[in-house]
Design a protein around this ligand. Structure first.
Ligand SMILES: Nc1ncnc2c1ncn2[C@@H]1O[C@H](COP(=O)(O)OP(=O)(O)O)[C@@H](O)[C@H]1O
Ligand SMILES: [Mg+2]
Length: 457
């Protein structure tokens, strides 16, 4: 930034310098021309008998002219009579040209106005030599006007130097001021960065940025804090999940180890232990499978979308479910619709719900599966005539490793089934909830938005 300003100023100063020099040249020319004209005017009036003038000779004419005209600063005049310097003005110039006889001799040869320049100890001097003659006087007169060009130029050099120095000073000041202002403006940003660094160094996600005010930096800090909130929350959830998973897997391992340590030599005893151990290992296997499904559900590419006939899906789930137990199986209703969805994941979810229903019912209880399109949403449900789910439990049971109060039997699941159902529903852009079935049992309903499914497709 400063470099750009510096460049612009240099260009401006250089342009000023060039323009002033060009003007100086013009002025010099004009000045010399002016002096010639002045002398000519004077001669005209002094030699005109009508004006009552008594000037008769060329020497007298030039001497009078010199007496009347004082040279300007950095300018000098003198007269030459017959090739010799005659009169100089009262005010002497810094360099005497009239004392240089050779120069004066050369000047005296001029027969018309000549202009030239020469080098002196005071730099370049521009001069004009004007030959003057008066009728009736045969002496040759010359009048010399000299201007000290370099002295005029030095004036410009001084002006440009002052200009350059003040530009430099202004730039320096601007630079310092800019640096100070930038430092002040960036201070909150630096604070944000330092705090963020400390947080990432210490992995302490409970820390927050404290930036007062309502400017952009404060808003940035707010966004950053919000992100930390979510990150912290995600870590807490993940840690709980890991704790729970570890705990769930440790239980079967402890059981297996206990049985193996106590195993005797008796073949019956061994067979029994083997059956128990196999059973526990299968349970572990199921938990690991479920955990993998849940982990996958959070990754992209979880769903393999296909066109799913809802009627087909509903009927085939009931057909598969019959093998799970003696129940009064029923298809409530089927939707004659086709939607893009993952057939295997939807079947997996419905089979989880059916397996739960079987576990919470007895022989001859009713279990019904149905599908329908209502208000632009696809609904898939499984209901039973079992004990149902208490209102207080209805949200909680969808959590990971959450088992309801009324569980029975030694081979209960790990409480991951409904969590998987929810993940599958959410992957399809929908949700799942449990309500009370008409007969008092549980009714689990997955609701999937049709538009969302089309969008996913
Ligand atoms: N059809 C149902 N009727 C009554 N309670 C149910 C039903 N399905 C699930 N539940 C309750 O929800 C809890 C969580 O179910 P789930 O996540 O499948 O875990 P799990 O089957 O391993 O216990 C069950 O422990 C149970 O208390
Ligand atoms: Mg279950």
């Amino acid at each position: 930034m400063l470099a750009v300003v510096g460049l612009a100023l240099s260009v401006a100063i250089f342009a000023t310098w060039t323009i002033l020099l060009a003007r100086l040249d013009d002025r010099m020319t004009a000045e010399l021309g002016n002096e010639v004209q002045k002398l000519r005017n004077y001669a005209d009036s002094a030699l005109d008998p009508k004006t009552g003038s008594t000037v008769t000779g060329v020497q007298e004419l030039l001497t009078k002219y010199l007496a009347l005209n004082a040279p300007d600063q950095r300018e000098t005049f003198f007269s030459i009579i017959d090739g010799r310097a005659d009169k100089v003005p009262f005010k002497l110039p810094p360099v005497r040209l009239d004392t240089d006889e050779e120069l004066v001799g050369r000047m005296a040869t001029a027969t018309r106005v000549i202009r030239d320049e020469m080098e002196t100890t005071q730099g370049t001097v521009q001069y004009a030599v004007i030959p003057v003659s008066v009728a009736g006087d045969n002496r040759r007169g010359h009048f010399v006007v000299a201007i000290f060009y370099d002295q005029h130029r030095d004036e410009i050099v001084d002006a440009v130097r002052v200009l350059g120095l003040s530009a430099l000073a202004a730039m320096g000041l601007a630079g310092v001021a800019g640096w100070l202002v930038a430092g002040q403006v960036l201070a909150p940003v630096r604070l944000v960065r330092q705090t963020a660094e400390q947080i990432s160094d210490s992995s302490d996600l409970t820390r927050r940025l404290d930036v007062p005010g309502d400017d952009d930096v404060a808003a940035l800090a707010g966004t950053f804090n919000h992100m930390l909130d979510r990150l912290e929350q995600a870590f807490v959830v993940q840690r709980h999940f890991m704790d729970d998973a570890g705990h769930e897997l440790r239980t079967p391992i402890t059981v297996i180890r206990g049985h193996l340590e106590l195993m005797g030599d008796d073949p019956d005893d061994r067979a029994e232990t083997l059956a128990l151990v196999t059973d526990e290992l299968e349970r572990m296997n199921r938990i690991v499978d479920d955990l993998l499904t849940l982990a996958k559900a959070e990754q992209p590419g979880f769903l393999a979308l296909d066109h799913v006939e809802l009627a087909d899906l509903t009927v085939s789930v009931v057909a598969k479910a019959r093998a799970l137990g003696e129940r009064r199986w029923r298809v409530d209703e089927v939707a004659e619709a086709r939607l893009p969805a993952d057939r295997h994941r939807l079947t997996q979810a419905l089979m989880q719900l059916v397996a739960n229903a079987v576990r919470h019912t007895a022989d001859d209880d009713l279990i019904a599966v149905g599908s329908a399109v209502r208000d632009g949403r696809v609904e898939l449900w499984v209901r039973d005539s079992g004990p149902g789910v208490a209102p207080a439990e209805r949200e909680r049971i969808f959590g990971r490793f959450v088992r309801g109060a009324g569980r029975t039997g030694a081979h209960d699941g790990a409480g991951l089934g409904l969590a998987i159902v929810r993940s599958i529903a959410q992957a399809h852009g929908g949700n799942v909830k449990v309500t009370e079935a008409p007969g008092g049992g549980a009714c689990f309903v997955m609701s999937l938005p049709l538009w969302e499914l089309w969008r996913l497709h």
